[in-house]
Design a protein around this ligand. Structure first.
Ligand SMILES: [Zn+2]
Ligand SMILES: [Zn+2]
Length: 331
């Protein structure tokens, strides 16, 4: 997540597990409405469904706006993936319409050409976001550069070292670039064959030595390595590889790490989070559901209910009296 001094917030990738991490930051969901996907691997967009529907329940009243690349064929593009995500959640969404404020279920899909070279895909409120191609698995992945107020943030998503990053990440204040665990680590801890570990670790991703080389050429103010198992026993394997090709300090990213960036200084600290937190108060007020749009239950299901009429009536009367509303029970 990038949060600017003007309050704008942007999410770059939302892999499996990140919806929970975002929630712990206690940010109202109306502010988490702009997502930029670098590619469609599940570790980079697997929690989009959780943010989409869960965000509505937790208070988002705005549409979710998602930017992502095309592919070699339409079925490899962002639009295809997101339309099918909406399809597989058909039952989930259908059951919420007419029951709560569902304005946040709207999705805006902005699919752009993955071959765009430093192409602007977003320009609002003084913020410019550009994309350039990444090399990773099959065609389609991209990297992003965000510029605002004379500052530049670059995020690789996943990529093998490439000429576009080399060119368009120049001048970055912050460069978050992938760095995979060593091939030997994949063999030892993940049971990969040496052949697969080399393929994944040096051809599909960026190894520590390649990461150092990339940083030595681009020279960002701050080099940040992500996309490896950052554990007590892994940094000792990764750091020597980077050191071979890069002399300056590197931040090894972990969840909740924060960089406070100004023109004079970059500070690194850890966010203070509460993983048990409830969603924060919504900044925009909710509207009552239009019950006429709800899909009615069949007579079979309605007849199966134990309709404790006196209890329901008492609860409706109590709430209606206290809030000045006129809600009527379905049962
Ligand atoms: Zn990937
Ligand atoms: Zn990945």
């Amino acid at each position: 997540m990038v949060e600017l001094g003007n309050g704008d917030k942007f999410l770059f990738d939302i892999g499996t597990g990140s919806a929970e991490r975002l929630s712990a930051l206690n940010i109202p969901y109306d502010y988490l409405d702009k997502i930029f996907l670098g590619h469609l691997h599940s570790d980079h967009f697997g929690d989009l469904d959780a943010l989409w529907v869960g965000g509505v329940i937790a208070g988002r009243t705005k549409p979710l706006r998602v930017w992502g690349p095309s592919g070699q064929e339409p079925k490899y593009g962002t639009k295809y993936a997101l339309e099918r995500m909406q399809e597989y959640l058909t039952w989930d969404v259908a059951g919420r319409i007419g029951q709560t404020d569902t304005r946040g279920l709207a999705i805006e899909i902005h699919e752009f050409d993955y071959k765009g070279e430093n192409k602007v895909v977003y320009e609002e409120n003084g913020v410019t976001i550009r994309t350039f191609p990444a090399i990773h698995a099959i065609d389609g992945p991209v990297s992003f550069a965000l510029e605002w107020n004379g500052l530049k943030f670059v995020y690789s998503s996943d990529t093998y070292p490439n000429k576009w990053m080399d060119k368009y990440a120049k001048g970055a204040d912050i460069l978050i670039h992938e760095c995979l665990y060593t091939p030997e680590g994949w063999v030892k801890f993940m049971g990969f064959t040496p052949e697969a570990a080399l393929q994944v670790g040096t051809q599909i991703h960026t190894s520590p030595q390649q990461f150092g080389k990339v940083m030595s050429r681009i020279k960002p103010r701050r080099a940040i390595a992500y996309h490896f198992f950052n554990d007590f026993n892994t940094i000792a394997d990764i750091a020597p590889g980077i050191k071979k090709t890069y002399d300056d300090p590197v931040d090894f990213a972990v969840d909740y790490m924060v960089w406070n960036v100004t023109k004079d200084d970059i500070r690194v600290r850890m966010a203070s989070v509460n993983e048990e937190a409830w969603p924060p108060a919504r900044p925009n007020s909710s509207i009552p559901p239009d019950r006429s749009t709800a899909i009615p239950n069949s007579k079979f299901i309605v007849d199966g209910g134990l309709h404790f009429q006196d209890i329901i009536d008492e609860m409706y009367n109590d709430i209606n009296t206290r809030y000045g509303t006129s809600a009527k029970p379905a049962y």
